[in-house]
Design a protein around this ligand. Structure first.
Ligand SMILES: Nc1ncnc2c1ncn2[C@@H]1O[C@H](COP(=O)(O)OP(=O)(O)OP(=O)(O)O)[C@@H](O)[C@H]1O
Length: 579
């Protein structure tokens, strides 16, 4: 455990210093107890001999002073450690996560990351100080006391060893049960958390259905958590009693042996008293271990969760990465790809070309592979077979940062930071001038939105951009693309049901992006306006390309695209009739 903790920290020096200080204090305390024997021997005589005791007392005083100095040094290190260690581990985790493929960031992984960065890292650092330290004391102090006892009486030392072995056996059982209980409680807590999120998100539906106070699933999750907690406590009781039994029984055995040795004259009174004090200082910290074991096991599980995140594989880095591309053309050559853990291939034998200065619309039924095409361009994942080239260079040979510099992604649900609209835009290019900001806003049709906002450019957009509508957030993302001068823009229109004003503005802004002769635009198209403005259409089905061509060509051939277009037209007529 100590080794695992040590390996976890990128700069473990502080941790090592703290533990070394704790260990030194524990060993020193044990050795100081050994001085009791000559001191008591000098005092428990018919004529107490102060002169014989004096050097031992002086040594004891020096040892106690050294112990106090160690304590003075260790206290600020301990206070500082938890915060510094948590910050170090968070930095390590964030550094690792920032090198993971973007495809790793699924909802489940994001939730795990949030939990690790907040709770697990903080708790582990806290426990490394508040639990690992006392655990070191509770192990090293008894070990030193046993060594010292050997110097006084080997029989008592052997008895202490036997008690320690029995205690270790009981402790291991208690630890196993505590670990299982912690994992089960964690599972039950995750269930409650999931239901709580559901309760928050589905409030309108739940209120309409008369379940505002919680769904049966929520109550079941709470009951499960309660029962799991009780069950864990029930199961932990037995090994706890066994352990305290070993410690209490050990104390009785120590008393009996000391009495027997003293009464039979094999040891003197001074040694008997010293042995009893040593045994008490042996049993007390050993007894504390049972209280620490639950926390130590909880720490093991937390460490395991952080380690799992740190073990997530990064994308292979090229030996000599290409740092830039000449032009922004994209080419898929016989690409095959299956998602990690996925069953059927998401793309099979896909060959495509996206030329600079063009806008290509990707169309096809749900699950046909449209999103996957855009993800492979941005190297969220690596292909299984074939190649994806950007500017003629295999994306696996490109420096990942250089590739992402060229790309802007306009998702269906754009995430904005809780800051002003200006600062959000500046994320694309920090040093952009006011003129450049305004030009990007105009190109993205964001200028008309900013004019309407109460504080203009200085309006705060709220948590995740909640003060803006979905279409307005998409306009910010398009402005990012312009400001970043991204030569490749990937747009996902899927699922973004916009009002007609926003829809027209966003479609027009996307169409304008494609007018730049150096820019390659790929749109997962769901709007007739986008389809009409596209230079090319790629129609996918079941992970394969079924049609490519200009919209006019594909309309003439009457295939999948023509059918899709007819559906869009019908939907548009319904809307016009309905409005
Ligand atoms: N992260 C993932 N893990 C496993 N399988 C996935 C993942 N994402 C997509 N898939 C699968 O890959 C296939 C292609 O999915 P993709 O998202 O590319 O389709 P799509 O055409 O964009 O669909 P939609 O229009 O519904 O977004 C589908 O079978 C889908 O279930």
């Amino acid at each position: 455990m100590i080794r695992r903790l040590y390996r976890l920290w990128p700069e473990p020096r502080l941790l090592a210093r703290l533990w070394l200080l704790t260990a030194a204090q524990a060993v020193l305390q044990g050795l100081l107890l050994g001085l009791l024997v000559p001191v008591l021997d000098a005092f428990v005589r018919p004529e107490p001999d102060l002169a014989a005791a004096a050097p031992w007392l002086a040594l004891g005083a020096a040892g106690a002073a050294a112990h106090a100095v160690l304590g003075i040094i260790a206290t600020p290190v301990g206070f500082k450690a938890a915060g510094v260690l948590a910050a170090q581990l968070r930095r390590r985790l964030m550094r690792h996560v920032s090198t993971l493929p973007l495809g790793w960031f699924t909802a489940e992984h994001k939730a795990r990351l949030a939990r690790a960065v907040t709770a697990d890292v903080g708790d582990t650092a806290q426990l490394a100080v508040t639990v690992a330290g006392p655990a070191i004391t509770s192990t090293l102090l008894p070990a030193t006391v046993v060594a010292v006892t050997f110097a006084v009486d080997w029989r008592m030392a052997l008895l202490l060893c036997t008690i320690a072995l029995a205690a270790l056996w009981a402790l291991r059982r208690a630890a196993r049960i505590a670990e299982i209980a912690e994992i089960e409680l964690e599972r039950a807590a995750a269930g409650v958390a999931g239901r709580a999120i559901e309760l928050g998100q589905a409030q309108p539906v739940l209120r309409a259905a008369g379940h505002a106070g919680g769904t049966p699933r929520m109550h079941a999750a709470l009951a499960d958590h309660r029962e799991t907690y009780r069950d864990g406590m029930r199961r932990a009781r037995r090994p706890f009693f066994v352990y305290t039994g070993v410690i209490t029984g050990g104390f009785v055995a120590v008393l009996a042996l000391a009495a027997e040795l003293a009464l039979s004259g094999r040891i003197g009174v001074a040694e008997a008293i010293a042995l009893l004090v040593l045994a008490a200082r042996f049993l007390e910290p050993l007894g504390n271990l049972i209280d620490l074991i639950g926390a130590l096991r909880a720490m093991t599980n937390k460490i395991a969760r952080v380690e799992e995140l740190l073990a997530a594989p990064v994308l292979p880095a090229p030996a000599g990465p290409v740092r830039g591309i000449g032009e922004a053309g994209i080419e898929f050559s016989r690409v095959g790809f299956t998602y990690p853990g996925g069953g059927a291939p998401a793309l099979s034998d896909v060959s495509l070309r996206f030329r600079p200065g063009t806008t290509t619309a990707l169309v096809g039924p749900s699950g046909s592979g449209k999103t996957t095409v855009t993800r492979l361009i941005a190297r969220f994942f690596d292909v299984d077979t074939g190649r994806v080239r950007v500017g003629g260079v295999d994306v696996r040979e490109l420096d990942p940062a250089a590739l992402l510099d060229e790309i802007a992604i306009v998702f269906q649900d754009v995430y904005l930071f809780d800051d002003t609209i200006e600062n959000n835009l500046r994320l694309a290019r920090q040093e952009a001038t006011r003129g450049e900001l305004e030009e990007a806003a105009r190109a993205a049709r964001l200028d008309e939105v900013i004019e309407r906002l109460p504080a203009g450019w200085r309006t705060r957009v709220g948590e995740a951009g909640a003060q803006l509508s979905g279409g307005e957030r998409q306009r910010v993302a398009i402005a990012w693309a312009v400001l970043k001068r991204a030569r490749i823009v990937l747009v996902d229109e899927a699922g973004s049901a916009l009002d007609p004003v926003n829809e027209a503005a966003v479609s027009q802004a996307i169409a304008d992006l494609g007018d730049d002769p150096e820019r390659t635009v790929v749109v997962i198209a769901h709007r007739p306006a986008t389809l009409a403005a596209a230079d090319h259409v790629v129609s996918l089905d079941g992970g394969r390309v079924v049609e490519t061509g200009t919209p006019e060509e594909l309309l003439r051939t009457g295939g999948a695209f023509a059918r899709l277009n007819r559906r869009y037209e019908r939907a548009r007529r319904w809307r016009i009739a309905g409005t």
